[in-house]
Design a protein around this ligand. Structure first.
Ligand SMILES: [Zn+2]
Ligand SMILES: [Zn+2]
Length: 153
């Protein structure tokens, strides 16, 4: 899958398979996206391939106390991915920058606590009032995928 920033200076590519896609409605994501939240795609860091351009970064401490370093295009300001420098093996790609963004379906929805009241969440999605740790979230996702596999047999 290919993606780019708004001005097109930053271009990147990632493999088709990823760990999970999470829709986040926390107030920080709302501010960062100037909207209702973001799509974060969990990926191994080495799966992200920068094709052109350069990224600048800025770090803040998240609501749950973890470090969050965002990487963005210095020309147009578009955010491309976040990572926790204390756990750099996984990046959170801002999936809205992917060409296929509208075709992707989130596996989980987090921070429903601050989501707009009108938002419609599919019944089969994993939902959280706040956010689980990455480990907890992946465990829930694995259980859900197993449940589906049983159901389809
Ligand atoms: Zn740009
Ligand atoms: Zn968020």
């Amino acid at each position: 899958m290919k993606g780019s920033c708004q001005c097109g200076n930053v271009r990147y590519e990632i493999p088709d398979n990823y760990i999970a896609l999470v829709a986040c409605y926390c107030t920080e994501c709302q501010k960062a996206s100037s909207g209702i939240g973001t799509y974060s795609m969990l990926l191994p860091s080495d799966a992200f391939q920068l094709i052109s351009g350069q990224l600048k970064s800025w770090e803040r401490t998240s609501t749950v106390g973890t470090r969050n370093k965002t990487h963005f295009c210095p020309d147009c300001g578009n955010r491309i991915y976040n990572l926790n420098p204390d756990a750099p093996a996984i990046i959170k790609l801002k999936a809205g920058t992917l060409e296929q963004a509208a075709r992707l379906v989130p596996d989980a929805h987090v921070w429903l606590k601050s989501a707009p009241a009108w938002i419609m969440i599919p019944e089969d999605a994993l939902t959280y009032e706040t956010q689980p740790s990455i480990e907890e979230g992946l465990q829930d996702l694995q259980q859900k995928r197993q449940a589906y596999a049983c159901y389809q047999e």
